[in-house]
Design a protein around this ligand. Structure first.
Ligand code: BES
Ligand code: MN
Ligand code: ZN
Length: 509
């Protein structure tokens, strides 16, 4: 159920809602509205809280019955942790916790923002809206007895006027995009062939101020996209390539941010077949493409002023009589030849074509998102993405945007010394390293060969694209990781991504 956010300047006791949500810090400080709870308990709130073991730690909630109507019949106390360390991330999690504990209620009034007066009002409101909307996300398409959340109205008391309103609206737009990405990721692979995924993208993007092109298999051949065709040739469901252009009025034609997303709708490993358990979550291997397309859908609503072009290669990686074999050589779009020694290292093959297309279409900067390597999950775990690239400034700009958006990322190196691990006996490159370690880095080094010298940042989201359990604003399953970072990045780009000419000049020095 979509949630509508209202701002009220009334005192909280004057707002009609089913649930009253009041923040509480770990030092015992509570937000406005607590007197209603206190009154309902006849002054026994502190005893009640102590009895329940509620301490105001982050993510804690405590439901307190406070009456039989017509006002709120329940209060939810939500923990905000230590006041000194309050952050927008903490606020987002608190909002998600309220949404979860109030999913049977239709409306909530909350004083959460009154406790956040030290945070920038717009960012705080955005985080609040994201938390409510994403914390109540559900994927119920295939559940016979699913109970959709009833929460449809959140009234915010203690906001700060226009700034708060703008933040709430922004949070709603961002959360809508994230929810679409989650839906696509959660959809079973059987129901999202490359053609169906492309059609879903076209449907999403219609009326969003962008133009969408879907390349069919024949067009991919004409474009010599050997990587996409090679990976796709084992499946009866042929590959597609979605290209989306956002060209706001008045934006410079010469400065373009390119977004590239890995769209493997199912990764069986191909003839280098994965194990049964290794395949269980491989419907999520299109999370990068889903994130990029979702982000494109929100650019107009967010008033982004830069030209942005998205590239989403879509394939199914299957073993079959027509599949690519270990030892086969592919000629990529760029002309570079690749010896495919492991058909399970397929993401880099389709990304290579997309990256080289973005570079030859004169992108001034590139960001790619891909569930690329298990090695990145080994290095950083399931919650942190790896970020790599060919230009420290650009990588740092992306990482900083992720930080503000509340999506954890850590910078990894692309050591020149490791380039030789990709030397092939017969072709220009091999698609897997000759070594056994550092797989996230060698995958990044492979991609680097296809971006020319365009500033490029690569996000390996193999870990955080999926959550193993509900956690803050994340729900078990697809997370839509990366959408928030991309939207923060495009909204805060200084002037525009570095232009080609200045970059070349800088390099010669
Ligand atoms: N899609 C996988 C990476 C992955 C693994 C994503 C686990 C999410 C969770 C990718 O295509 C892959 O199979 N990578 C191989 C590369 C190897 C063959 C060099 C891997 O990581 O094992
Ligand atoms: Mn694979
Ligand atoms: Zn894969």
């Amino acid at each position: 159920m979509a949630i509508t956010f209202a701002l009220s300047t009334q005192p909280v006791e004057r707002v009609r809602a089913d649930v009253l949500a009041v923040p509480m810090f770990a030092d015992g400080r509570v937000g406005p509205g607590v007197d209603l709870v206190e009154a309902a308990l006849g002054g026994a709130l502190s005893a009640f809280v102590a009895e329940a073991g509620f301490t105001g730690k982050p993510d804690e909630t405590l439901v307190v019955p406070i009456g039989t109507g017509p006002g709120p019949t329940a209060a939810v106390l939500v923990g905000l942790g230590e006041p000194a360390t309050l952050s927008t991330d903490r606020l987002r999690r608190a909002a998600a916790a309220i949404a979860r504990s109030s999913s049977r209620a239709r409306s909530v009034v909350t004083t959460l923002l009154a406790a956040a007066s030290d945070l920038a009002p717009r960012a705080a409101a955005q985080a609040l809206a994201e938390g409510f909307a994403l914390g109540s996300y559900q994927f119920l398409t295939y559940k016979s007895d699913g109970k959709p959340s009833k929460l449809s109205r959140v009234t915010v008391v203690g906001g700060r006027g226009a700034e708060t309103r703008a933040g709430l609206d922004r949070g709603v737009a961002v959360a809508d995009a994230v929810a679409w990405a989650r839906d696509m990721v959660n959809e079973p692979a059987g129901a999202k062939s490359p053609a169906e995924f492309a059609a879903a993208a076209r449907k999403l993007l219609t009326g969003r101020g962008v133009t969408v092109t879907v390349l069919t298999e024949a067009q991919l051949r004409a474009q010599k996209m050997g990587g996409v065709l090679g990976v796709g040739q084992g499946s009866v469901r042929g590959p597609r390539f979605v290209r989306v252009v956002y060209q706001p009025r008045g934006a410079s034609q010469t400065k373009t941010l390119a977004l590239v997303g890995k769209g493997v709708v199912f990764d069986s490993g191909g003839l280098s077949l994965k194990t049964a358990s290794g395949m269980e979550t491989m419907k999520t291997d299109m999370s990068g493409a889903a994130a990029v397309l979702a982000a494109m859908s929100a650019l107009q609503a967010l008033g982004v002023r830069h030209r942005v072009v998205a590239y989403a290669p879509m394939v199914e990686n299957m073993p079959s009589g027509s599949a690519i074999r270990p030892g086969d050589v592919l000629r990529m779009r760029s002309g570079t030849t690749v010896e495919v020694l492991n058909t399970d290292a397929e993401g880099r093959l389709i990304l290579a074509d997309a990256l080289s297309l973005a570079a030859s279409e004169k992108a001034s900067a590139i960001v790619d998102l891909a569930t690329l390597t298990g090695a990145c999950v080994v290095a950083l775990g399931e919650k942190v993405a790896g970020v790599m690239g060919n230009q420290p400034n650009w990588v740092e700009q992306v990482r900083a945007a992720a930080d503000r958006a509340g999506e954890p990322m850590w910078t990894l190196p692309l050591p020149k010394d490791y380039r030789k691990l990709l030397d092939s006996e017969v072709a220009d490159l091999r698609n897997i390293s000759t070594g056994s370690y550092g797989g996230a880095l060698t995958a990044g080094l492979f991609l680097e060969r296809f971006v020319d010298d365009v500033p490029w940042a690569h996000l390996d989201i193999a870990g955080p694209a999926r959550a193993g359990s509900d956690d803050g604003e994340l729900t078990k399953g697809g997370t839509g990781f990366g959408v928030r970072t991309l939207l923060e990045l495009v909204s805060t780009l200084e002037g525009a991504p570095a232009a080609r000419s200045t970059r070349r000049a800088a390099k010669k020095r």
